[in-house]
Design a protein around this ligand. Structure first.
Ligand code: NAP
Length: 281
């Protein structure tokens, strides 16, 4: 399975599992838990959540899904910028750990940059790491200049989680390469364009037809995912609330896009030829 490697040498599969909007409905709850568990069964260890998602409902559901198998999971959560003061970060982390039913996170991210000075949040993240409550820390939605500033304060950032899909590929200009050079793992969020119009783009269906998976011709979602993880050390975190989507997505790990495929995609989703401000959802 294609892997990404963190700066401390730990490697995880290049495909993880998102969890925004899970746990919001009692009707889909059992299937959402089954989907995360099947992902773990099939070797996807990374689960991404956040205190923001459903005001803790996503973390609670994830906690239920991983009960008894914490050692198979690389668990990621995030602190909201409004909670990211020194004390606020410590209490947010404690509350996340409680909802998740664990004593540590593998990665803890500042969800986006807010009004709290970065130095203050960093002090809290380093403290949490010293206490063993988080193994690594990182950021999310940080553009190039934010990353430069961060690096000038502390060079231990493990990951930057950013919006990245065929329709939102401005980071192809500089941020992805910059972070890779700094040994920071880029995590691609909303890699399927949130399951919207992107998956209906005819070019994806055309390319999909030319690739075989063990379950038959590939699908547009698989092509969209394979495109994100074509980059070395990029961790893509699609959310699949059903086992059907989960199984489909995991097969993207074995799809290698050809240079002709990539050229077709570039012709349709133009690569940036200059710096674009980082998009976010
Ligand atoms: P996404 O992963 O691009 O898309 C999820 C949507 O696609 C869901 O509606 C899902 O439906 C559908 N889907 C999944 N697999 C599919 C398939 N094979 N075929 C067709 N549709 C499929 O969007 P996302 O949830 O926004 O992003 C992924 C994760 O990134 C989030 O869950 C969250 O963990 C993280 N995220 C982080 C930030 C941030 O600011 N750091 C922002 C947004 C998201 P079902 O659920 O029905 O399977």
């Amino acid at each position: 399975m294609k892997q990404v490697v963190f700066r401390d040498g730990l490697s995880v599969p290049a495909l993880g599992m998102g969890s925004w909007n899970i746990g919001d409905s009692v009707v889909s709850r059992a299937e959402e838990i089954a989907s995360l568990q099947e992902g773990l069964d099939l070797g996807l260890s990374v689960i991404d959540t956040a205190e923001m998602y459903g005001s803790g409902r996503s973390e609670r559901l994830v906690g239920e899904a991983i009960r008894g198998r914490r050692d198979q999971v690389f668990l990621v959560s995030k602190v909201l910028p409004s909670n990211a003061t020194y004390e606020g970060t410590l209490s947010s982390c404690t509350a996340s750990l409680e909802r998740l039913g664990t004593d540590h996170l593998d990665l803890y991210l500042l969800h986006w940059r807010g009004g709290v000075p970065l130095e203050e949040t960093l002090d809290a993240l380093v403290h949490l790491q010293d206490q063993g409550l988080i193994r690594r820390w990182g950021v999310s939605n940080f553009d190039t200049e934010d990353m430069e500033e961060l690096d000038s304060l502390n060079e231990d950032c493990a990951a930057n989680q950013i919006l990245y899909n065929l329709e939102a590929r401005g980071v192809d200009h500089d941020l992805l390469a910059r972070d890779r050079q700094a040994q920071i793992v880029s995590m691609a969020y909303s890699p399927l364009g949130q399951g919207g119009a992107l998956l209906h783009e005819p070019v994806l269906a055309t390319i999909a037809r030319a690739h075989e998976t063990k379950n038959g011709p590939a699908t547009p979602a698989q092509i969209a995912l394979a495109w994100t993880i074509r980059h070395p050390n990029l961790l893509s975190i699609p959310k699949a609330g059903s086992r059907r989507h989960l199984r489909e997505n995991i097969a993207a790990l074995s799809i290698e896009l050809t240079s002709e495929d990539l050229a077709q995609l570039d012709a349709h989703f133009t690569p940036p030829d200059e710096k674009r401000p980082l998009e976010m959802i």
